[in-house]
Design a protein around this ligand. Structure first.
Ligand code: HEM
Length: 126
């Protein structure tokens, strides 16, 4: 694994410690955005932190593996509450902003966003 191109984006970002920093920034951004923060109101804090970490680890190809069915099931109740493309776009935007704030190189940011984008249909249950 000496070739960086063979590493997952998760590893290229710096693995676990980088994820911890990213979770903090991402969490702050999402919860301070009134367009999407209401979806997180009834979610308990501990579970929320784990969710954010799972989110970032998953979209960067780290050691968390949810199937498409899990992503569908995990967001189905949110879709019933109106979750749509505008909310997905907002979360993707915060993901981008988080990585940029942490100084992640643009090509790597683009890779992460492409991975996140690939989950859109499942997250929105369509
Ligand atoms: C690439 C896009 C996304 C990924 C990879 C992702 C990932 C995840 C994961 C791994 C979970 C935990 C599932 C479980 O075990 O229950 C989860 C739950 C959740 N997601 Fe997402 N998510 C995405 C998009 C979104 C969006 C756009 C929103 C809302 C704006 C959102 C809001 C939530 C909430 C509120 C929960 C917790 C639900 C609950 O506990 O009741 N997610 N997400």
């Amino acid at each position: 694994m000496s070739n960086a191109a063979e590493k997952s984006v998760f590893e290229q970002l710096g693995g676990e410690p980088a994820m911890a920093a990213a979770v903090e920034v991402f969490y702050r951004r999402v919860l301070s955005d009134e367009h999407i923060s209401h979806f997180f109101e009834d979610v308990d804090m501990e579970r929320q932190a784990a969710k954010q970490k799972a989110f970032l680890t998953m979209v960067t190809g780290g050691p968390v593996h949810y199937s498409g069915r899990d992503m569908r099931a995990g967001h189905a109740h949110l879709v019933r509450r109106g979750l749509d493309d505008s909310h997905f776009d907002a979360v993707a935007g915060h993901l981008k902003g988080t990585l940029e704030e942490l100084g992640v190189p643009a090509p790597l940011v683009a890779k992460v966003l492409a991975i996140a984008e690939s989950a859109r249909a499942d997250v929105l249950n369509r």
